[in-house]
Design a protein around this ligand. Structure first.
Ligand SMILES: Cc1cc2nc3c(=O)[nH]c(=O)nc-3n(C[C@H](O)[C@H](O)[C@H](O)COP(=O)(O)OP(=O)(O)OC[C@H]3O[C@@H](n4cnc5c(N)ncnc54)[C@H](O)[C@@H]3O)c2cc1C
Length: 540
């Protein structure tokens, strides 16, 4: 059903209207979360920021004050814009640093997870890992604009690398395949089948004679078919999937052609599942990363807003009434007693997973909405190696290897190409529930050992290129200040629902922290809501 706009949807038809929530639930149940997300987009509920240029909030009412709870990207953006508009802003942040999930670990840093395990990062200087966000799509216009304004240098993030691997334990005897060959063979076979259907007139109903010729031409080019529209061993297919022996050089410049994998084997391998990743909107080329790690963004905001941020302030109570908003916090560094601060307004960006545990006087629907948002967990493992063996031995420069092993993927660094000496790669990035829970139950050392064991199956030389001594980090998102990784959107929890009450919250999915304070209008604050967070829909 085409979804044009919400008024059409609600007013047309048999007179029996269906609620938006019900409709989205039905789409979600019958067609899956992607279809539901698209439907939410069409209805205007999951739309991305309409950011086109830096916003100009209208001037603050004289003397108006705002508390911003949480100094993740959402809180920092809110504080930055509100300060610029003339509000008196105070930011209260649990950690001793700004950025929240936007964060980079490098040599000398420590990380203590829930449960008490503390890991010390012992990477050599210049190496790092981003435990949280790590890449910025070209359409995160707000975030890219803040980077520019705050002087955060960006460099390309390589998402798609045709020379990286796709790997399944069940396919090709467990031998990793280059993405290039799987992609070329899949396109080739599909193109050949479609060409056959076109030639045999079975598409007559939908395609005119003239279009048929054009379709055949395009299929031949797209699928690298030969002149007879067959996807076979030869010059056309090898131009995409690569050669057994490359053309040029030596006594004979003639290439040795490689044999495409048969359609049946390809389908049975399941490796085609990795092909669309680079086609997805969030992962399309060009992507970016801050030079020196994602944490540079939080640090740049922190420099800009230094006098406004109170660190080590753990909010333990939020109260709102007709006089404003009161927040009570504990100083986690000094272990001191509680303190209370007050302001006219409050922008709360504490993750819902935490906010749901903080006493506050909000209405029932809001409390229910906060409690109902499910969060995923995620695991990342950073491994330092003696040498960049993926470049030297495998000619893989950036990009991702996808595997059906529990580590999910291995990501190669998008910077420092060809440098001598050590290198750090992301040895695991897990966010499916089962595997991340399994890794979470391990000690950090066990996580690292498992990541190396699995990694050695997907890419050779992994184990033998490890540095001696502990130089690795197995990070799970079990931190006191977010508890898990990212929120999951559910049909019943559209932004409308979250904003229906007066108090506010943000998660990675719901990156629009509404403002607290019932019964008062604050147009300038409301405009700031659209800007927050670095994502519309989160990309991981
Ligand atoms: C593993 C992972 C990978 C991701 N990858 C990407 C990516 O590649 N690209 C992308 O765009 N997005 C990505 N995301 C999503 C992105 O990280 C989030 O959308 C974004 O960082 C959320 O920012 P936030 O300010 O809403 O929340 P947070 O960053 O969680 O900030 C909340 C802040 O509140 C503070 N806080 C918590 N409790 C209290 C309390 N009681 N008192 C005071 N302060 C408190 C926290 O310390 C924190 O600083 C990823 C997320 C994860 C977890």
């Amino acid at each position: 059903m085409p979804l044009h706009n919400k008024r059409d949807l609600m007013s047309k038809g048999s007179g029996r209207s269906i609620s938006r929530r019900r409709l989205l639930t039905m789409i979600g149940l019958s067609a899956g979360s992607t279809a539901m997300y698209q439907a939410m987009h069409s209805l205007g509920f999951a739309a991305e920021t309409k950011f086109t240029r830096p916003i100009q909030l209208s001037a603050a009412p004289k003397g108006a004050s705002v508390l911003v709870l949480g100094a993740g990207i959402a809180g920092l953006v809110a504080a930055y814009e509100l300060r610029n508009a003339g509000y008196r802003v105070q930011v209260l942040e649990y950690n001793g640093r700004a950025g929240g999930r936007n964060w980079t670990l490098r040599g000398g840093d420590q990380y203590t997870e829930l449960g008490g395990d503390t890991q010390e990062c012992r990477f050599d200087p210049g190496h790092y890992i981003n435990p949280g966000p790590w890449r910025l799509p070209h359409h995160h216009l707000g975030m890219l604009s803040y980077c520019k304004r705050l002087g955060v240098a960006l460099e390309p993030f390589v998402q798609i690398n045709y020379n990286a691997y796709v790997h399944s334990r069940k396919a090709f005897g467990g031998k990793p395949q280059r993405l290039r060959t799987v992609k070329a063979d899949y396109h080739g076979h599909v193109a050949e089948l479609l060409a056959k259907a076109t030639q045999s007139d079975s598409l007559d109903a939908g395609v005119t004679a003239e279009d048929r010729a054009k379709l055949l031409d395009s299929l031949r080019f797209w699928g690298a078919l030969d002149r007879n529209f067959r996807y076979v061993k030869g010059a056309a297919s090898n131009d995409r999937r690569g050669y057994e022996r490359d053309p040029g050089g030596g006594l004979s410049a003639r290439p040795q052609f490689s044999e495409p994998v048969g359609l049946r084997d390809l389908l049975n391998s399941g490796l085609w599942a990795a092909l669309p990743f680079g086609e997805m909107y969030d992962f399309q080329t060009t992507m970016f990363q801050p030079v020196g790690g994602m944490g540079q963004v939080g640090q740049a905001f922190a420099r800009e807003l230094a006098p406004l941020i109170c660190y080590n302030a753990k909010i333990v109570d939020i109260h709102q009434d007709e006089h404003g908003v009161r927040a009570t916090y504990e100083n986690t560094a000094a272990g001191s007693s509680r303190q209370t601060v007050q302001a006219d307004w409050c922008v709360c960006t504490i993750p819902l997973s935490i906010l749901g545990q903080i006493p506050m006087n909000v209405g029932g629907p809001m409390a229910a909405a906060i409690a109902a948002v499910p969060y995923c967990t995620s695991v990342k493992v950073g491994l330092q190696f003696k040498r960049r063996f993926w470049e030297v031995d495998e000619h893989i420069y950036g990009g991702v290897t996808y595997t059906d092993l529990p580590i999910g993927q291995i990501s190669y660094p998008s910077s420092g190409f060809f440098s001598d000496g050590k290198g750090v790669l992301l040895g695991a990035y897990i966010w499916d529930m089962l595997n991340s829970m399994e890794f979470t139950s391990m000690t950090p050392a066990e996580r690292v050992a498992k990541a190396v064991e699995y990694g050695s199956t997907s890419i050779r030389n992994t184990a033998r290129s490890l540095t001696t001594g502990s130089r690795s980090l197995g990070i799970v998102h079990r931190s006191r200040w977010v508890v898990s990784a990212f929120g999951q959107r559910r049909p019943a929890l559209s932004t409308t629902t979250i904003c229906a009450d007066s108090t506010a919250a943000s998660s990675s999915r719901e990156s629009t922290p509404p403002t607290c304070r019932p019964g008062r209008k604050a147009p300038s604050l409301r405009r700031s809501m659209r800007l927050t967070g670095c994502t519309g829909a989160p990309s991981r």
